[in-house]
Design a protein around this ligand. Structure first.
Ligand code: PLP
Length: 372
């Protein structure tokens, strides 16, 4: 089935007892045993599994073309489960512009437990040079945050396979509608469901989807259910509800991002626009091959430096000055301030999450925002 159909049906079922067309929220933390000791649907206790989480995990697995998914309380909890699943002493290779929250996790929480190098993962020569006998995982994030750098997933997978190294891909920026890393050979996909899956800036969530049900995946499942960083039944319900419109929302995000990128590129005050949908973007050709849409995120730099960035961001009326992404409302942020002192993000850069407002209104606002 196609994604539009999966999105609507794989996370929902008509209630057997009441006929409710929309699956109800099951708040019960515990489930009755039958006289023979068995459980009706296999649910025993809600930390281990719950009907709403089961439906959410089902739709997530199918959307990413995986065999199973595990839902978490946040994207960071999902990422952390991957790091916790690795044997102490394992070496991780991660991108030098990895999502700062996960980079900080490695640096501050896993120092002394895991080894890691932050490098340009898309550069094969550099990647090969950093592979060690204890390298167990290569982390990919494409398009990256906030520079929208494209990493060739197939190329990284080919190198990893040679050394029996696993590949995990943070697919938050693309969403499965624009990119399916498991289809390109990755072992695990990670998501912040807080972003496009939730889509309305009103819930936190994370997910992992696996290509294979193996020992590694079972270890991750144990971390999910024993660690307990799970989403509530309400949040699972909200997510399955939002996911029904994901493929259509993503089309709007992508088309607005493309139009904004093309508009910004023509503005004299703008130094550079970073969007993989622009032929001028260095990753455009690879993006065209591995993505089915270029996503709803873009960044741009201003010729007149940080002062100009500050002026523009404060003049905009329709774009909300806030971090995060993937909601129906357009957001803009000065990313370097958000990332802290060790950021590599240029100070004249603004990052946009293109929302679903009408493009004419977004461009009109941007036009007045760029005027001196
Ligand atoms: C937001 C985000 C995360 C972290 O997810 P949370 O839900 O905030 O914990 C990880 N990776 C990327 C690319 C993100 O944008």
């Amino acid at each position: 089935m196609k994604q539009e159909t999966i999105a609507i049906h794989a996370g929902n079922h008509t209630d057997e007892f009441t006929g409710a067309v929309v699956q109800p929220i099951t708040l019960s933390t515990t489930f009755e045993r039958m006289k023979d000791g068995s459980f009706r649907e296999g649910h025993i206790y809600s930390r281990a599994s719950n009907p709403n989480r089961a439906s959410l995990e089902n739709v997530l697995a199918k959307l990413e073309n995986g065999v199973d998914a595990a839902a978490f309380a946040s994207g960071n909890a999902a990422g952390m489960a991957v790091f916790q699943s690795l044997a102490p002493g394992t070496h991780i290779i991660a991108p030098d512009d990895m999502y700062h929250g996960l980079r900080n996790q490695l640096k501050l929480l896993f120092a002394g437990i895991l080894e890691f190098d932050f490098i340009d993962v898309d550069n094969s020569e550099v990647l090969n040079a950093h592979i060690k006998p204890n390298t167990g995982l290569i982390w990919v994030e494409t398009p990256s945050n906030p520079l929208l750098k494209i990493t060739d997933i197939k190329k990284v997978v080919a190198i990893a396979r040679k050394h029996k190294i696993k590949v995990a891909c943070d697919n938050t920026f693309a969403s499965p509608v624009c990119q399916q890393p498991l289809t390109l050979g990755a072992d695990i996909v990670m998501h912040s469901s807080t972003k496009y899956f939730g889509g309305h800036s009103d819930l936190m969530g994370g997910a992992l989807v696996t290509a294979e049900d193996n020992d590694w995946w079972q270890r991750i499942r144990e971390i999910q259910t024993m660690g307990g960083a799970i989403p509530s039944p309400q949040d699972c319900y909200m997510l399955t509800r939002s996911i029904k419109t994901l493929p259509y929302r993503i089309r709007g995000h992508v088309s607005n991002a493309q139009a904004l990128a093309e508009f910004l590129q023509q503005q004299p005050a703008v130094e550079q626009v970073l969007y993989p949908g622009l032929p001028s973007h260095p990753g455009h050709e690879v993006a065209k091959q591995q993505m089915t849409g270029f996503g709803g995120m873009l960044s741009f730099t201003l010729k007149d430096g940080p002062e100009a960035a500050n002026r523009v961001i404060n003049k905009l009326q329709l774009f909300t000055r806030a971090t995060s992404l993937g909601g129906v409302e357009s957001l803009i942020e000065h990313r370097a301030t958000m990332e802290g002192p060790d950021t590599k993000t240029p100070f004249n850069l603004l990052r946009i999450s293109a929302g679903l407002e009408h493009i004419d209104d977004l461009i009109a606002d941007m036009k007045q925002g760029l005027m001196r």
